[in-house]
Design a protein around this ligand. Structure first.
Ligand code: MG
Length: 366
């Protein structure tokens, strides 16, 4: 049976600044999906990560399916309306366009979709991040698919040794999707050259070379490219199929223990370590730290099991403490040097006007 997994996530308003959606907003999205998704979804789960609500659905409609995208868009509109009525911060923040034209892609919400013929056992992971952008997935995905230090299957499994194809997007090109495809293992250094630039190059998808099947899908939304100004960080989602011809679930989870520094945090203008958190976790310190949740599911005939919350384990409590230390260390230097994003990443914010004003006051001394 050919199934599509669609993960669609948006910030439509949050309590107390950027902490979490209110119960009423969450319920409005749930109610809308419950009553309107019959005949469209086979199954679905609704969760939140920081101030974002994610709708994970299964269906047979394929990627960019109009009915699927429309029901999610309308659910977010319904939730956004409640957010506005409650005076929540950033009500409808990620709903940047007015007219729905067949898909939410390019309208604000983050979208990641995978279509595949179901295997007899079909496990997958759903990652949702807040207070960061799609480049936050570059390093963990690179390590899980290219590095035997995290993926023992690259040593042991003949299917994994055939390698993977990375589809990488150049987000600096705004007119259309500018894509490059590179193969592992022979191009891993070229892949590294691109993925090290986490603000420009994002992984869009990863494919098995053994079967041609898509293993990974990442949302690549850049809100500033849609809105033309800073409206919030891009808060990505990622779907990863695991086991058999793909990396094992634990091999996909392994690199998240690094708690890598990513762009985001306060005002989307800083670097901070990415903290693996439980599903439905809130935001706190310095509007962060950047967080990521991981829900593991199995699926059969499109029906989802309950989520196994992959970062809800004593091991990750230890990692969270380490990540807090990293956050603390970098925050001690405030806005200086590598604590804050470079000017190129801030140019969609109001700091541009401050710099322009200051620029006029410079004098050239001969
Ligand atoms: Mg958010």
């Amino acid at each position: 049976m050919k199934i599509t997994l669609s993960a669609i996530k948006a910030d439509i308003g949050s309590i107390g600044g950027h902490i979490k959606p209110s119960n009423d907003v969450f319920a409005a999205v749930q109610d809308y999906i419950r009553s309107k998704s019959k005949g469209i979804f086979i199954d679905y789960k609704i969760t939140y990560t920081g101030d974002d609500i994610a709708i994970l659905s299964t269906h047979t409609g394929g990627q960019l399916n109009e009915k699927v995208h429309r029901v999610c868009w309308e659910a977010f509109l319904a939730g956004g309306k409640v957010a506005a009525s409650q005076g929540l911060y950033g009500a409808k923040q990620d709903l940047l366009k007015q007219d729905f034209k067949g898909s939410v892609k390019g309208m604000g919400p983050a979208v990641a979709e995978l279509e595949f013929e179901e295997r007899s056992a079909e496990p997958f992971l759903f990652f949702a991040a807040d207070k960061t952008d799609p480049g936050a997935f570059n390093m963990p995905a690179y390590l899980s698919f290219c590095d035997p230090m995290h993926n023992a299957g690259l040593l042991i499994s003949s299917k994994l040794r055939e390698g993977f194809t990375f589809r990488i997007l150049d987000a600096s090109y705004t007119e259309a999707d500018r894509i490059i495809e590179l193969n592992t293992p022979e191009n891993i250094y070229d892949i590294a050259v691109l993925l090290r630039d986490t603000e420009r190059f994002f992984i869009e998808g990863i494919y098995s070379r053994a079967s041609g099947e898509q293993v990974v899908a990442v949302s690549t939304t850049r809100l500033r490219n849609i809105a033309g100004k800073y409206t919030g960080k891009d808060d990505p989602v990622m779907l990863v199929r695991t086991q058999k011809d793909f990396p094992g679930t634990g091999e996909v989870l392994s690199p998240w223990s690094i708690g890598a520094f990513v762009a985001g945090f306060m005002r989307g203008s800083h670097y901070g370590p990415l903290m693996p958190v439980k599903q439905n976790s809130d935001i706190s310190f310095f509007d962060g730290p950047p967080i990521v949740s991981a829900a593991a599911y199995s699926i059969h005939d499109g029906k989802l099991t309950e989520a196994a919350d992959a970062f809800d384990h004593p091991y990750w409590d230890y990692i969270r403490t380490q990540v807090s230390r990293k956050a603390e260390e970098l925050r001690r230097q405030g806005f200086f040097g590598p604590a804050m994003l470079p000017y190129s990443e801030l140019e969609y914010g109001e700091i541009v006007e401050v710099l322009q004003e200051l620029d006029k006051r410079f004098i050239i001394k001969k």
